[in-house]
Every structure is written in structure tokens, then in C-alpha cells.
Design a protein around this ligand. Structure first.
Ligand SMILES: *[C@@H]1O[C@H](CO)[C@@H](O)[C@H](O)[C@H]1NC(C)=O
Ligand SMILES: *[C@@H]1O[C@H](CO)[C@@H](O)[C@H](O)[C@H]1NC(C)=O
Ligand SMILES: *[C@@H]1O[C@H](CO)[C@@H](O)[C@H](O)[C@H]1NC(C)=O
Ligand SMILES: *[C@@H]1O[C@H](CO)[C@@H](O)[C@H](O)[C@H]1NC(C)=O
Ligand SMILES: *[C@@H]1O[C@H](CO)[C@@H](O)[C@H](O)[C@H]1NC(C)=O
Ligand SMILES: *[C@@H]1O[C@H](CO)[C@@H](O)[C@H](O)[C@H]1NC(C)=O
Ligand SMILES: *[C@@H]1O[C@H](CO)[C@@H](O)[C@H](O)[C@H]1NC(C)=O
Ligand SMILES: *[C@@H]1O[C@H](CO)[C@@H](O)[C@H](O)[C@H]1NC(C)=O
Ligand SMILES: *[C@@H]1O[C@H](CO)[C@@H](O)[C@H](O)[C@H]1NC(C)=O
Length: 687
């Protein structure tokens, strides 16, 4: 069995072997060397050939590391045999509920609010590619008009790829909607793995986000007590007493795409790791900041490609009746590792991270057999430099250090946040504002950007056409963030998150111990209730010059709890002093929001009871970030004119009313607030 447990060393040469040695292995595996860090680094002396066995109801693939059993023709993963364990997946579950792709869709005939759940059962199985180095399998389902209203109008092609010498397997899928097929909505789509409950107890999604997890039964009645919604459960009598008093909620483990490269589980007693590696998020919806579920009590590991989480219904992909569409989701890599000695099983996480970085280096993969997946030689590259011009900060153009620069399908400024039908390619600009976006699939794109430290969104208006091998240099781009006058005062940091504001300790009765003494304090259950506790007699008042946003600005403007089922809107005040007011001029208030949920934000100045507000959003936002323990949803910027005639020489107060008040989860998070002085040409004012 020892020879079955090679992984990391051979993987180091994976890209090389994939690109240079499609038909022969001989040289690369003999160059395999011992790793300096011993423990889990065992290897196959000679990578074994991948073997395929086709049975009536199952397809079995084996490469010496693992044996994968897939139902035929549905394409459900029902068994993963590895390292002496006959199955890493939960054998107590039905075969369709172990490892599967799924989606939620709806059309005009759907009355159920939540849409139709579909496990995308294949109806046809085909071997796409079979040789000693690689096997690629396809499980398809083809739509035709007799299925109208019954199943989602998509052709589905689920692929599984297993390579020789690779401790895991790849999966990807191609969804296709043909012209003249009916309209439909796609709410979400993902892959789910349900691991063995008796084995996988330790979960890791980041260096500082990993822990032993409660058992699924701990969430059931008798052991768990459902809190404000079914996902959040207080563990009152868990099987392991150490978890007693903690809250379990899968949303405490959500993650932004930019950080969602690897997560999974460790079986402590058999020293086996199960990891979901996503080498690129080009196929995920919503760009780098979109948050997705990862792993959670089950033990469950997900690869979510598209979802409405932390955005709401605006994120649903709506397809018209005459809208041809095709998209490749993945490949993602299911990586398995194990310890060869009696080392610390938790070190498997370190190895999984290394493997993730190797997969990233290999992206775009060149083994997927589908023509719809573009390998690197079909992709193009764009480079340039982004500068920021803000004459109120500097008379020089400022390099957009740390800017997020991305290509996404053509659309309005900021549209990438809600975009899900195409692909997105994002990079971070260096300190000079230089960026190189490599390996972009062919097609037409807009270039979008946002720059930490500055408000607003950049878009380069010309559509950039990417073709195979192109190397486009677009030179210097200049972003001029919204600005009309110098900064009179500001609150927070413009970075699309509310993390810099005051985040309270959780109620000691509702903690997740992982997030005590943690940088992500916001991931605790029930922080919305802390507002009423901290401000029992009156709403928050912030005085410019004396208040400190890190201490005095509660991170979310939520409703006030009056009693069990009654909530009240809240009105926050910003007090500031202004001298030399120009009564004829117009001042500008910039309200950058990190999220909103069924909120109604109204702005008044100096008269809290003024019947008509200076500005009102009306009910907006369905991000649901407050209940999901997030620190942002989608970004929104409001630019509000304040007539000088309404500003008083001396002390002024801006009243921010969040008027919508039927639930504890309504409200907003601010990203940043700024009051600007009067427009003046060529003002250069350092702050
Ligand atoms: C690899 O490890 C084995 C066992 O620890 C050792 O005998 C061998 O010399 C090592 N080979 C190299 C190239 O370091
Ligand atoms: C439409 O699909 C159904 C279900 O797969 C199949 O039974 C039927 O033969 C198909 N009809 C046509 C015209 O292809
Ligand atoms: C995990 O395994 C290590 C060593 O293999 C052992 O010391 C530790 O107690 C185990 N922890 C749990 C929670 O099972
Ligand atoms: C991109 O392609 C479109 C459609 O082919 C064309 O109209 C447009 O001019 C092209 N843009 C550039 C910058 O080449
Ligand atoms: C305010 O700035 C915007 C650009 O951000 C500009 O279009 C507008 O004309 C400016 N308004 C005034 C009054 O200067
Ligand atoms: C958090 O830190 C405090 C003081 O630094 C310490 O007393 C407490 O035990 C820590 N809690 C956890 C869960 O680490
Ligand atoms: C709130 O709920 C608790 C428990 O359900 C109940 O005992 C209490 O009377 C309720 N209070 C109000 C004001 O409705
Ligand atoms: C304020 O609005 C209410 C309801 O729209 C209206 O009845 C009332 O007359 C208004 N008061 C003033 C002072 O405008
Ligand atoms: C203005 O506000 C400051 C600080 O809140 C306060 O000390 C001062 O008395 C106020 N001035 C007037 C004229 O109300």
C-alpha cells in the first residue's frame, strides 16, 4: 500500500509532464525526489496506469492512489477508495447523495419560491479519452422540447478526469442552452461531497479558519436548538461535550472567491485529507469578492460556482427564450492526501495548500478533452497600468497600488458584481499600478477595476477582444474617482468592507470559539442583537473630531429590537462643525455601502423630523449579509447633493435613518462616508 501514497513530489512536475510528455512518463517519474519535509511525502516509484472498468450500473477508475466509483449513467460519485479506506464518502447516504453536481432553476411554470432542485442525473455515459496516463469520462443529459417545464432547458455534460500519478481527480461540466429553447432562471449550481461522518471531524478553510467540528447529529432536535433561522443551531447537548454552548452555522464558513482556493476535511484517526482545490475562479460568478459556502458540518465540502448568497435575487442568471449560452464550470481538483508516518494529521492542511499552489501554476490545464475548455495556447493576455487622478489628494497621477483589475463580459460600470453568464479574470495591480491579466479565454470583454482607498468603480469603455495568443498592451489607464471638493471629513476606509468599524463581542451564549480572538470578529452569530444592547436608550451619535470609527461606529446599522417580534428603524447622527459655509454652493455627501438588506436609507440634515428627506434610497438590497455573518455584500455608492442653504455656520448634524423595520436582519453596512467641500478648480489639498 505504501507505493499507493505518492503525491506531492510527482505533482511538482505535473505541469511539465502534462505539457511535455503526453505519451511517455519514463523520465519524469524517475526524477522524483524525496521531499525535505518528510511525513506525508511517499511516492509511486513508477506511476501506475489508470485503469477503467465499465459495469452495468457503475464505472470504476483506479490509478493506484484512489479508486473512483461513479454511477452509470447518472454520473454520481458514489465511492472514493483511498489509503485503505473503502470509501471516503458517507456510505450511509443514498448513492445519489454522496458526490454530485446540482443546480436550482426555475421558469414561468415554477411556483415554488425556492426553485427546482436538480441533481442533473446523466442519461448517457461515454468514455472520452482512455490511455495509461489519463481517463476522461462524460455523463450527459440532453434536453428536448418534450421536457419543457419538467427539467431545466440545458444540455449537461459532467466530466471526470483521473490522471496517472495524481492523488485525486478532476471534475468539470459544460452547460449549454440552445437558441429557441425556453427561458429559465439559474439560481445556483455547485458540486457537493458528503464525507464519512465517522472519519472526518477536522475542517480547514484557511490558516486561521480550521477546527474540530460538531457532528451532524448535534444539530438535531434534542442535541441542538434552532436559533433565529434553521441554519443556525445552538449546541445544547452535543455528542462531544466540548462543543456545548457553541453555535453552528454553515455561513460562518463562507469565503470570498479571491481566498477560496482550497478547503476540506481531515480524518484524524486515519490521517487522511479530502480537499477541494479551485485553481482559478474565472468560472465563478461575481468576481473576486463574491462569497460562497465552502465546507460545513455534514461533513460537507462544496464547490459552489454560482449562487445568490450575499447578493440576492439580482444575482440570479436569467436566460431569455432566444439566448444561446454555453459555459464550462471547472475543472476543480479533489485532492486526497495522507500521512506515511505518525506525524500530525493537521499538517495535511499545509500539504493541501502546497498542492493548491501547484494546481494554480498548472492553470489553465491542458488535459481537459472538451473543446469548450480553452487551454493556454487558445488564450490571450492583456497588460497595462492603472493610475488614479484625484486632484484633491495629489497633483500627480497616483499609481493604483493594489487595485483589482479584471476582464469581465461587457456591461455597465461595476456590472461584474452581478455577472454570472461569462468568465471573469482578475489580478491585483502592483505598487506602480502595473497589471498583467494572463490566460484570458477568447471573447469580448470590458476591463473593470476598483482601487482600495478610493471610492467608485472604473471601467475602460472600449471592448477588448481577446483572441488566441494575443498580447494586448493597453498602456496607461486613468481612473478618476468621484470627487467634487476637498474632504471636509470622512469615516472609515474605502475598501468595500465594514471590517474597520466597531465589531462587538458576541453574546457569550452564542459563540463559535474559532472566532474568539480572531481577526474576523464579524463571523459570530447574533451580533445584530448587540446593537440594541449597546445603544439601549438612543441611537448612535458620531462626532467628527472626537469620535473614533473603530470604536464608535457600530459596523452595521440594524433595527432596534423592541420586544420579541417588534423592531424599529434607527437614526444615526454625524455631528460636525463647518465654518465659512457658502449658502449658495452645493456640498457632496458620498455614502459608500458595503451591503444592504431590505433597507430604506434616508438622509436628512439638521432637522431629523423633516418630512421629506434630502435623499432616500427606497427599499433596496437583498444581500442578507447581516444574518449570514458577513462583512460585506455588494458595493453601492450614493452621491448626495447637500445644498449650502441647509448647512449652518457652526454645528451641523447629518441624520442617517434606516427606516425599514420588520426583521432583525434588515439594515446596511457602510463602507465609507465622506463630506466634500464646494467644487473648486485645481484645488490641491493634502489631507
Ligand atoms: C529517499 O528516502 C529514502 C528513505 O528515507 C532514502 O533511503 C533515500 O536515500 C532517499 N533518496 C534520496 C534521493 O534522497
Ligand atoms: C426527448 O428526451 C426524452 C428524455 O430523454 C426522450 O425519451 C425522447 O426520446 C426525446 N425526444 C426526442 C424527439 O429526441
Ligand atoms: C488526533 O490525532 C492525534 C495524533 O494522531 C492525537 O494526538 C489527537 O488526540 C487526535 N485528536 C482528536 C480530537 O481525535
Ligand atoms: C471587437 O470586436 C467587435 C466585434 O467583432 C468589433 O466591433 C470591435 O470593433 C472590436 N474592438 C476592438 C477594440 O478591436
Ligand atoms: C462633480 O464631479 C463629477 C465627476 O465626478 C463631474 O462630472 C461633475 O461635473 C462635478 N460637479 C461639479 C458641480 O463640479
Ligand atoms: C482569548 O483571549 C483572552 C485574553 O487574551 C483569553 O483569556 C481567552 O482564553 C482567549 N480565548 C480563546 C478562545 O482563545
Ligand atoms: C417574549 O418571548 C418569551 C419567550 O417566548 C416570553 O416569555 C415573553 O413573554 C415574550 N415577551 C413579549 C413582550 O412578548
Ligand atoms: C408630512 O407628511 C405627512 C404624510 O405624508 C403629511 O400628512 C403632513 O402634512 C406632512 N407635514 C408637513 C409639515 O409637511
Ligand atoms: C458645537 O458642538 C460642540 C461639540 O459637540 C459643542 O461643544 C459646542 O457647544 C457646540 N456649539 C454650539 C454653538 O452648539
Amino acid at each position: 500500500m505504501g507505493s499507493h501514497r505518492f503525491f506531492i513530489i510527482f505533482s511538482l512536475s505535473l505541469c511539465f509532464f502534462l505539457s511535455e510528455l503526453p505519451g511517455s512518463f519514463s523520465s519524469s517519474q524517475q526524477q522524483v525526489q524525496n521531499s525535505s519535509s518528510s511525513g506525508f511525502h511517499v511516492h509511486q516509484e513508477i506511476p501506475e496506469a489508470v485503469r477503467l472498468q465499465i459495469q452495468e450500473n457503475y464505472v470504476v477508475v483506479d490509478n493506484g492512489f484512489l479508486q473512483l466509483t461513479i454511477s452509470n449513467p447518472e454520473g454520481f460519485i458514489i465511492g472514493i477508495q483511498y489509503n485503505g479506506l473503502s470509501n471516503l464518502l458517507e456510505v450511509l447516504n443514498d448513492e445519489a447523495e454522496r458526490g454530485y453536481w446540482d443546480l436550482v432553476w426555475s421558469d414561468e411554470s415554477t411556483t415554488r419560491k425556492k426553485g427546482n432542485f436538480d441533481r442533473m442525473d446523466g442519461t448517457s455515459f461515454k468514455v472520452i479519452l482512455q490511455n495509461e496516463e489519463q481517463i476522461e469520462l462524460s455523463f450527459t443529459r440532453t434536453w428536448n422540447s418534450s421536457l419543457h417545464g419538467k427539467i431545466v432547458p440545458l444540455n449537461i455534460d459532467k466530466r471526470y478526469v483521473i490522471l496517472s500519478g495524481s492523488s485525486g481527480f478532476y471534475t468539470y461540466a459544460i452547460y449549454e442552452h440552445l437558441k429557441e429553447w425556453p427561458a429559465f432562471d439559474l439560481d445556483n449550481t455547485r458540486i457537493a461531497f458528503k464525507l464519512r461522518k465517522d472519519k472526518f471531524h477536522y475542517m480547514a478553510i484557511a490558516d486561521d479558519r480550521q477546527r474540530y467540528m460538531p457532528l451532524p447529529n448535534d444539530r438535531l432536535e434534542g442535541r441542538g436548538q434552532v436559533l433565529a433561522y434553521p441554519e443556525a443551531v445552538l449546541l445544547v447537548n452535543p455528542i462531544e461535550p466540548e462543543f456545548k454552548g457553541e453555535v453552528d452555522d454553515k455561513y460562518e464558513y463562507s469565503c470570498e472567491s479571491r481566498n477560496n482556493g482550497v478547503h476540506g476535511w481531515i480524518s484524524n484517526d486515519s490521517a487522511v485529507g479530502f480537499w477541494l482545490i479551485t485553481p482559478s475562479y474565472e468560472f465563478r460568478s461575481g468576481g473576486p469578492l463574491k462569497q460562497f459556502l465552502t465546507s460545513h458540518v455534514g461533513p460537507t465540502t462544496l464547490s459552489v460556482f454560482h449562487s445568490t448568497h450575499y447578493v440576492g435575487a439580482d444575482m440570479i442568471a436569467k436566460f431569455g427564450a432566444n439566448e444561446p449560452w454555453k459555459k464550462v464550470f471547472g475543472p476543480v481538483f479533489v485532492y486526497l492526501n495522507s500521512l506515511s508516518d505518525h506525524g500530525d494529521p493537521l499538517s495535511l492542511w499545509q500539504d493541501a495548500k502546497k498542492q493548491m499552489m501547484l494546481e494554480v501554476q498548472c492553470w489553465p490545464y491542458d488535459f481537459p478533452a472538451s473543446q469548450d475548455f480553452s487551454p493556454s495556447d487558445q488564450r490571450g493576455h492583456v497588460c497595462g497600468r492603472l493610475l488614479v487622478i484625484d486632484r484633491h489628494l495629489s497633483d500627480e497621477n497616483i499609481p493604483a497600488d493594489g487595485a483589482y483589475v479584471g476582464l469581465a463580459p461587457p456591461g455597465d460600470v461595476g456590472s461584474w458584481q452581478l455577472e454570472s453568464k461569462g468568465y471573469q479574470f482578475w489580478v491585483i495591480a502592483d505598487e506602480d499600478g502595473q497589471f498583467t491579466i494572463s490566460n484570458v479565454r477568447p471573447g469580448g470583454y470590458n476591463l473593470y477595476a476598483w482601487v482600495p482607498g478610493f471610492i467608485g468603480d472604473y471601467k475602460y469603455d472600449t471592448v477588448i477582444n481577446i483572441s488566441a495568443g494575443c498580447d494586448i498592451t493597453i498602456g496607461d489607464l486613468v481612473y478618476e474617482p468621484p470627487r467634487n471638493g476637498s474632504t471636509l471629513w470622512e469615516i472609515g476606509i474605502p475598501d468595500r468592507s465594514a471590517a474597520e468599524f466597531y465589531i462587538p463581542d458576541p453574546n457569550p451564549n452564542y459563540v463559535n470559539k474559532l472566532y474568539l480572538n480572531h481577526t474576523d470578529r464579524f463571523r459570530q452569530y447574533g451580533l445584530w442583537e448587540r446593537y440594541t444592547e449597546l445603544y439601549p436608550d438612543g441611537d448612535l451619535v458620531f462626532t467628527i473630531g472626537t469620535s473614533d470609527y473603530a470604536k464608535d461606529w457600530f459596523f452595521q446599522q440594524v433595527t432596534r429590537k423592541i420586544n420579541n417580534n417588534t423592531y424599529q428603524g434607527t437614526t444615526w447622527q454625524i455631528k460636525f462643525k463647518l465654518d465659512g459655509v457658502d449658502q449658495c454652493g452645493t456640498y457632496k455627501l458620498r455614502l459608500a455601502l458595503a451591503t444592504a438588506n431590505v433597507a430604506d436609507l434616508q438622509v436628512r440634515i439638521n432637522d431629523p423630523n423633516a418630512n421629506s428627506s434630502l435623499f432616500s434610497t427606497g427599499i433596496f438590497g437583498k444581500d442578507n449579509t447581516i444574518a449570514r455573518h458577513g462583512i460585506h455584500g455588494i458595493y453601492r455608492l450614493f452621491n448626495i447633493d447637500i445644498p449650502g442653504a441647509q448647512i449652518i455656520q457652526g454645528n451641523n448634524t447629518i441624520f442617517l435613518t434606516q427606516a425599514s423595520s420588520t426583521s432583525p436582519f434588515q439594515g446596511i453596512m457602510y463602507d465609507y462616508i465622506r463630506l466634500e467641500g464646494l467644487p473648486s478648480s485645481n484645488t490641491i489639498k493634502k489631507i
